[in-house]
Design a protein around this ligand. Structure first.
Ligand SMILES: Nc1ncnc2c1ncn2[C@@H]1O[C@H](COP(=O)(O)OP(=O)(O)OP(=O)(O)O)[C@@H](O)[C@H]1O
Length: 297
């Protein structure tokens, strides 16, 4: 598979803040590449350098081997989290307005079908739901039939059904051979859509690979969860004795490769273990291990 986008040793600082510190990755044709990281990791700055909104201090971005600038940028479509649309327009009129900016691209009806806008295409865009708005913004990003599509947190704030709706459209776009880059706060979204994932923190890539490879290499731990309680407090205060312990939503987690040892240790405490939960680790846990933070903070 050909390399569509090559990001090579990007560096970007804002005053004394080093937002991106030598980030490199490549995105293959027809693949969906996911960039994940906690708040402040440097994802948006990296994406903005690809979009051409921000210039890197160092490093380069190549599109099919050429410096990614000038008319080549028409090969890219961007779905921003929020795009200010002209007021009072219907969904169809808003789409037509953006389509008119380009001499070539997809027909309006094809965009309406692909992004499933039909049932609300004649409504004012201010009056549609969050999920419908994301689908409209996706259609706008696809107006000029770009080769490379950037999706910035396409499903943040959407309910599970609306998220799945967007996922299906992303899969259809992928099936047309397009290359995608997405940022997300949802590891399940990355698992569902991405062929390749990079986990970023402090301006650097901490782990990289397909979801399957990352699971195989990094997710050998068993996770023991204890809800907020005396025993959870005890574990947190004595965490050095338990190995990897994290404070998570509504409790603490112990990450271990020796479950028997942890269970016998907990047994000796003679404390109430009600609510204990044991499961195999997943990519959310890998994220927590690498960054020390939960993905959905
Ligand atoms: N224009 C700017 N001026 C000053 N500092 C900035 C600017 N843009 C980003 N930063 C800083 O650079 C670092 C990386 O920010 P960035 O927005 O790229 O992170 P992020 O991973 O996208 O986070 P989030 O998930 O919250 O959007 C942060 O410390 C941020 O405060």
């Amino acid at each position: 598979m050909a390399i569509v986008l090559q990001v090579d040793q990007l560096v970007k600082s804002f005053g004394s803040v080093k937002a991106v510190r030598g980030t490199s990755f490549e995105v293959l044709e027809g693949q969906c590449f996911g960039l994940l990281g906690p708040n402040g990791a440097g994802k948006s700055t990296t994406i903005e350098m690809i979009e051409g909104i921000t210039n890197p201090d160092e490093g380069q971005i190549l599109f099919c081997g050429e410096p990614f600038k000038g008319p080549l940028r028409d090969k890219m479509g961007v779905q921003f989290q929020n795009t200010a649309l002209p007021p009072k327009l219907t969904v169809r009129e808003a789409l037509q307005t953006f389509r008119n900016l380009y001499s070539r691209g997809l027909e309006i009806e094809a965009l309406i079908n692909l992004c499933q806008l039909k049932e609300f295409v004649n409504q004012q865009h201010e009056k549609i739901s969050g999920g419908q708005k994301q689908r409209l913004l996706l259609a706008i990003a696809l107006c000029h039939d770009p080769e490379l599509i950037l999706l910035d947190e396409p499903t943040t704030g959407l309910d599970p059904q609306a998220r799945r709706h967007v996922w299906n459209i992303v899969r259809e776009i992928k099936a047309k051979g397009k290359t995608l880059i997405l940022t997300t706060h949802y590891m399940d979204e990355a698992e569902q859509l991405c062929d390749d994932i990079a986990i970023m923190d402090h301006g650097q890539i901490m782990a990289r690979g397909s979801p399957r490879k990352l699971l195989h290499e990094h997710c050998k731990n068993t996770i023991v969860f204890l809800p907020e309680s005396d025993v959870a407090n005890h574990i947190w205060l004595n965490r050095a004795k338990f190995g990897q312990v994290y404070q998570v939503h509504l409790g603490v987690e112990i990450h271990t490769q020796d479950l028997n040892d942890i269970l016998s240790h907990l047994g000796t405490l003679n404390m109430d273990l009600t609510g204990i939960n044991i499961r195999q680790s997943n990519l959310d846990d890998l994220f927590l291990q690498l960054t020390g933070k939960e993905l959905r903070q």
